[in-house]
Design a protein around this ligand. Sequence first.
Ligand code: CO
Length: 332
Amino acid sequence: MQKIDVHTHILPRHIPDFKAKYGYGGFVTLEHHAPCKAKMLKDDGTFFREVEENCFDAQARLRDTDRTGVSRQVISTVPVMFSYWAKPHDTHDLSCHLNDHVAEVCAANPERFVGLGTVPLQHTELAIKELTRLVKELGLKGVQIGSHVGDLNLSAPELFPFFEAASDLGAAIFVHPWDMMGQERMSKYWLPWLVGMPAEVSLAICSMIFGGVFERLPNLRVAFAHGGGSFPITVGRVQHGFTSRPDLCAVDNPHGPREYLGRFFVDSLVHDPDALQYIVKLFGEDAVVLGSDYPFPLGEEEPGAMVLAHSGLSQAIKEKILYKNAVKFLGL
Ligand code: CO
């Protein structure tokens, strides 16, 4: 059976010295300190994460996907590279650099890689400019964006023209948690990844629903990472909040959250067969797409293994999750 993995991350082998180029720090660099390994460092020297060659080497990725039966990987940058905090023109330049690399990798193996770009989302006009370029000139299928942009949630009116442009261009949007909330109380136990990330995804979903983005842009194609984070298990609470306090929740959009179930995609990365079955039931069999978070340790080691082994999903539903829904999400 085919597999299209919509959630994988890639970096260029060599990241330019953005600190030198832009004249201030905070950017991520790669230090190749051992064969087939590199450290992701903030340019003040702070260690972020160790990566292996499959993060930056297309051939290593192809060996892995051959082994795990993944027909196509959707490649996008590592969220720490979004750099929405930097000066907009610098993030624009950085985004162009990353997008050109993703496009090169896709062009070299168009049957195996599909690209999602990144944009300077802190500056709507520049973000639309690069979105247009990456779709029309680079042939990427859309973008990966963060769950928030600085102090702005995805309901912000400033961001709406960007979503409108994505809808007009037919660009897919993959929403990934980043820059997690509450980190000042999460320094131990890897909590930003375990507690903050699911909360960020729920924040993004609620913001786009309550902000009326789905209502106003019925053709916009959006997928959320990590099975929708903590949204699916709290949807009853969110709906009840909307119903009981419309004065607080229904200020920008007249319909409650349940109206929009099935209106957007979520990936399958929940690491629990019961949770997988539940999100298929909640969002619908046409709304869950395979996502593995390759090549990172919180990902699914063999993409799609849980779907394939699941006793509660029919063969037809498995085919939808493993590749057919991704074809729709990406507009392939
Ligand atoms: Co990821």
